[in-house]
Design a protein. Structure first.
Lengths: 321, 321
């Protein structure tokens, strides 16, 4: 199956510092890829780079091929047709992404008129249909309400409805449930799962929450200090993590099933972009690190057909070219 | 003193809404509406619930940082609501709070040494050399180095700032710490460090925690007993193992089922319809009935009391046999 999105060597720089470095991954049609990482790992910057929304003075290099088109070299006019069209995005905080002075219906209609040329009663009818698609009760009335009249969960549903307005083939969801309570998060994840199955869209889920990943993703890319350190099918990643950082993250989580007397804490902290170690960026915190780890950045080493890890432990600490 | 360090009975706090501009006067928000809680000496009571359930208000009431409308709060047998200002100040040495956002709760203009010495200054304890010694001891206890003493809060990472917040709370050798979402802003690898630190300190000093969090896995890891709040009421309270393995209240069951377990089985989810009602307009009878799969007319007519079902297990539900 050919990929819907193919990313090669994606790098985002602010001045001399790379906040995203040499990323490579692909997303198949209908697939859910989770990009996981802690604060500052570069996961949100990755999402913005894919949408070409990196603010100046940020510089993006590499290749992003979406549906056969090279996004990074596309004129802004054409990019605007893709953004919010076949490629849509949902953010963490729906209140700041919605305009408080317009009704939710008029904000959805704006996307419909921009991308699909709908206006007037046709746009309104379509807005109502979209609100009911995201399971907002009484959509015909809600369409005339303002964002502040809705709860956090309902606002996130509106954001999803706006993203779906143009039948995207790829939805980028940046921490879509992080601001929500557990029971509401469960509702939104169920909704996304249903929509993905019904509409056949692919999803890139950006999150720090491994529980959400486990619940929703097919495949996972783990980011650490601007780089992908491991990619694997979700079940494999949780059962048998191949990178020491992934292993450490999983061991540091308190679990709902099973008791642990003492959590495994990864010592130290993530290095800032201006003080990165020369070799493997995780080496200073890694219990498996040996001298070769400090020599050079490890590349992603394939470990079977579907997984790869940037750790030279898998090559017997031999530096691979 | 038997096993309880903090005994709360019939605690009530209603916030009066200010009159709206040209509108009708708002109804009071019934943030905490008659709850009983016991924090075991040297142990941890976990307090869980979703946003707006009243758990943070309960934490502030417990230390009399805000004044309750009714009820008793006995700390080591003494009702702190009856305490004179001077007596309350003395009691506060023994009861401290750690907040979610360590940055917002640390004065940016003070050095760490000044922040940690302040409690001694306020309570007129020791002279300068003794205070300096105490500061060094506190830094050591929370895993910070002596050379950190001269730095300001902005020079620290989130995890280190939370260590400073904990050190400040420990300064006067308290018997009780209210931890209000103390690790919620931290990345998981750092969260594990802080949870381990809190447990170590608890064991070494015989500290009691009122551990408030929306994160059920974290509470499961930390608590001896757990109380679940919904719209200002405690709906279930039980020893940790019982609450997580055999919850009885339909809300607790739904809440637990909503938390995805990383790498665990995808559990059968009890999906709650709707969202938490407004706390200024709670439903009649049982407050959970509007979202409860078991609710009937009895639940609308009469509020279920929190009744013991088994040893140390209390549930507020008409439908639980």
């Amino acid at each position: 199956m050919s990929a819907l999105l193919e990313v090669e060597g994606l790098t985002v720089r602010f001045g001399p510092f790379a906040v995203v470095e040499d990323l490579a991954f692909s997303v198949a049609p209908g697939e859910v890829l989770a990009v996981v990482g802690e604060s500052g790992s570069g996961k949100s910057m990755t999402a913005l780079a894919l949408m070409r929304l990196i603010p100046p003075p940020g510089k993006v290099t590499g290749r992003v091929t979406f549906d056969g088109q090279d996004l990074l070299s596309l004129p802004e006019r054409q990019m605007r047709a893709i953004r919010g069209g076949s490629m849509a995005m949902v953010f963490q905080e729906p209140m700041t992404s919605l305009n408080p002075v317009f009704t939710v219906g008029s904000q959805i209609a704006e996307a419909l008129s921009w991308h699909r040329g709908l206006s007037g009663s046709a746009a309104k009818a379509e807005a109502v249909r979209l609100l009911s698609l995201v399971e907002i009760p009484n959509p015909a009335a809600r369409v005339s309400e303002y964002p502040h009249q809705l709860s956090g969960g309902m606002r996130q549903r509106v954001m999803i409805a706006m993203a779906l307005a143009c039948n995207p083939r790829l939805l980028i969801a940046d921490e879509p449930t992080t601001a929500l309570d557990a029971t509401v998060q469960a509702q939104i994840l169920d909704l996304l799962r249903r929509l993905r199955a019904e509409l056949g869209m692919a999803v890139i889920l950006i999150t720090h929450d491994l529980g959400v990943v486990s619940d929703f993703a097919d495949r996972v890319a783990v980011m650490y200090a601007a780089r992908v350190v491991e990619t694997a099918p979700a079940a494999m990643l949780f059962a048998d993590p191949a990178h020491p950082y992934t292993e450490g993250l999983l061991a540091s989580l308190p679990r709902m099933g099973g008791d642990i007397e003492r959590l495994h804490a990864i010592p130290g902290q993530v290095p800032p972009p201006f003080a990165l170690p020369r070799g493997c960026r995780f080496a200073p915190r890694c219990e498996y690190a040996k001298a070769p780890c400090e020599q050079a950045l490890p590349p992603l080493i394939p470990l079977g057909p579907a997984r790869a890890a940037a750790c030279i432990r898998h090559t017997g600490y031999e530096l691979v070219p | 003193m038997s096993g309880t360090i903090l005994e709360i009975r019939g605690l009530v706090k209603h916030f009066r809404a200010r009159a709206r501009f040209l509108g009708p006067e708002g109804r009071p928000v019934r943030a905490v509406d008659g709850i009983d809680l016991d924090v075991p000496a040297g142990g941890t009571l976990g307090l869980v619930g979703e946003s707006g359930c009243g758990k943070s208000t309960t934490g502030r009431l417990a230390l009399r940082l805000i004044e309750a409308d009714a009820g008793t709060i006995r700390f080591e047998g003494e009702d702190i609501r009856e305490a004179s200002p001077a007596r309350l100040r003395a009691l506060r040495r023994r009861m401290q709070i750690v907040f979610q956002d360590p940055f917002a709760s640390l004065d940016p203009r003070m050095t760490v040494a000044e922040i940690l010495a302040e409690p001694f200054v306020v309570h007129r304890i020791g002279d300068a050399p003794e205070r300096a010694k105490a500061v060094r001891r506190l830094l050591d206890q929370v895993g910070l180095a002596a050379h950190h003493a001269g730095r300001h809060p902005h020079e620290f990472s989130g995890g280190q700032r939370q260590r400073i917040g904990i050190a400040r709370a420990l300064a006067l050798d308290p018997a009780l710490i209210v931890a209000d979402e103390a690790v919620s802003a931290l990345d998981v690898s750092i969260q594990a460090q802080i949870l381990n630190l809190m447990r170590d300190i608890q064991r070494a000093r015989g500290l009691a925690f009122l551990f408030i969090s929306h994160n059920l896995a974290v509470v499961r890891h930390m608590a001896d007993r757990v109380a679940v709040m919904y719209l200002g009421k405690v709906v279930e309270e039980a020893p940790r193992q019982v609450l997580f393995d055999a919850p009885l209240h339909p809300y607790t069951r739904a809440l637990l089922s909503a938390v995805p377990d990383p790498g665990g089985e995808r559990r059968e989810r009890i999906v709650l319809t709707g969202e938490i009602p407004r706390p200024d307009d709670p439903p009649s009878g049982c407050r959970f009935r509007t979202r409860c799969p078991l609710a009937d007319a009895h639940c609308a007519a009469e509020e279920p009391p929190l009744r013991p079902r088994a040893e140390g297990h209390r549930v507020a539900c008409h439908k639980v046999p």
